[in-house]
Design a protein. Structure first.
Length: 198
């Protein structure tokens, strides 16, 4: 089963955030998982990674080729008024038919969700050479726009290091578990066979 979502695209300067599954670059995500960028995990076989990405809501962060970013990054562009699907198709057409180099994946947000009532933010990264440009906050703002459109969302959760909690507070409105109103709720978990630090 593949999690399907209507493609959405956001543009800023030479960067693109997209929910378009076909733009995801498995090798780039695999390489990030196999590095210190995603310190909380380790790389899994490519076929397992593909299955995980296909069954999740993913927002890819891309650096656009210069020719494409000149078109997509300007609000006055004719593309700014096209529906997201048309923009996505136009981008793919320019990469395939016109021979332009495609976007380079430089980050990812992955949410395990049913797309209605629950979401778990499991993976977030921006490559080190692109950090410090506000791209992580922009990714979170795009994600917030998506989940705020789910009228039946009951809970959105994540696990993070304490130093990053403030980013998620500011961008998504995340609260520490100790701040919950219903103190009778507890959270349990099971470490799977591939869990780090078991």
């Amino acid at each position: 089963m593949v999690f399907e979502v209507e493609p959405r695209n956001w543009y800023r300067d030479e960067f693109l955030v997209s929910t378009e599954q076909r733009l995801l670059q498995i090798d780039a995500v695999h390489e990030a998982m196999d590095s210190d960028v995603m310190w909380w995990t380790k790389a899994i076989p490519t076929d397992a990674l593909l299955q995980a990405l296909q069954n999740s809501l993913c927002l890819g962060l891309y650096e656009l080729p210069q020719s494409t970013s000149q078109i997509a990054g300007k609000p006055a562009s004719p593309l700014a008024f096209l529906p997201n699907l048309a923009v996505s198709l136009a981008l793919r057409l320019s990469f395939v038919v016109l021979g332009q180099s495609g976007p380079k994946q430089i980050g990812l947000v992955r949410v395990i969700t049913d797309g209605v009532t629950f979401g778990y933010l499991t993976d977030v990264y921006v490559l080190p050479e692109y950090q410090g440009k506000g791209l992580g906050r922009w990714l979170m703002a795009c994600l917030d726009e998506v989940i705020q459109a789910w009228p039946h969302l009951r809970r959105f959760m994540l696990a993070t290091s304490g130093s990053l909690l403030d980013l998620y507070r500011k961008t998504l409105g995340v609260k520490d578990w100790d701040e919950r109103k219903n103190k009778s709720l507890v959270m349990g978990f099971v470490d799977g066979p591939a869990a780090l630090n078991r």
